[in-house]
Design a protein around this ligand. Structure first.
Ligand SMILES: [Cu+2]
Length: 197
């Protein structure tokens, strides 16, 4: 085998990393066109044929899976959430969670929350709506008793002005989004979303 200089080995390792990062980030990047940043010829020169074949099979499978999900309305969706109170705008009479839509199709949903308060920490917890009039409360702490609800995910403790996100795979049903800072749920910081095909 031909001896390689250290610089050449480094550049091969670098290209391999670039290649692996590309695949690990999935087909979303392919759609965005990031693929063009990597030279295909360099990929083939630096990896053996078996590794290349496996990687290409993975790419094809991901593209097929994404197409199938999109066909069935399972494409990755975004839900924008605004966390507001009277410091956001004096006309807001109680703390609230505002969503950009309250109905989505099943599948991956990324919740993108922005705390629009000027002085309060807010958060977003997601639970399935079991149809009860109210979530179980911990009256002493003036908040929802988290031990008695099945939390699916959380964007915890967002300071004023901060953003956070969370991706969930949501099945059909109704879900509640609420803030569990003391007193906030009681003040109305809760909203419902419906997932239906
Ligand atoms: Cu809150």
């Amino acid at each position: 085998m031909r001896a390689l200089s250290v610089a050449k080995i480094r550049s091969k390792v670098h290209r391999n990393r670039q290649f692996q990062l590309l695949f690990s980030s999935g087909t979303r990047k392919i759609r965005r066109g990031t693929f063009s940043n990597v030279s295909f010829r360099s990929i083939f020169r630096t990896r053996n044929q078996d590794e290349c074949n496996i990687d290409w099979i993975c790419v094809v499978l991901r593209v097929v899976r994404d197409c199938w999900r999109r066909e069935r309305g399972h494409a990755h969706k975004m839900l924008a959430i605004k966390l507001q109170d009277s410091s956001t705008d004096p006309s807001i009479t109680h703390m609230r969670i505002v969503v950009d839509r309250d109905a989505l199709t099943p599948g991956l949903v990324t919740l993108q929350a922005e705390n629009q308060s000027k002085n309060l920490v807010h958060e977003v917890l997601v639970v399935r709506d079991v149809g009860a009039k109210e979530l179980p409360l911990n009256a002493k702490r003036d908040r929802v008793n988290e031990a008695r609800v099945r939390r699916l995910g959380e964007i915890g403790d967002l300071p004023p002005g901060k953003r956070g996100k969370l991706t969930l795979n949501l099945k059909p049903g109704t879900y509640l989004l609420f803030c569990n800072q003391p007193g906030h749920y009681g003040d109305g910081m809760v909203t419902k979303i419906t997932i239906a095909p």
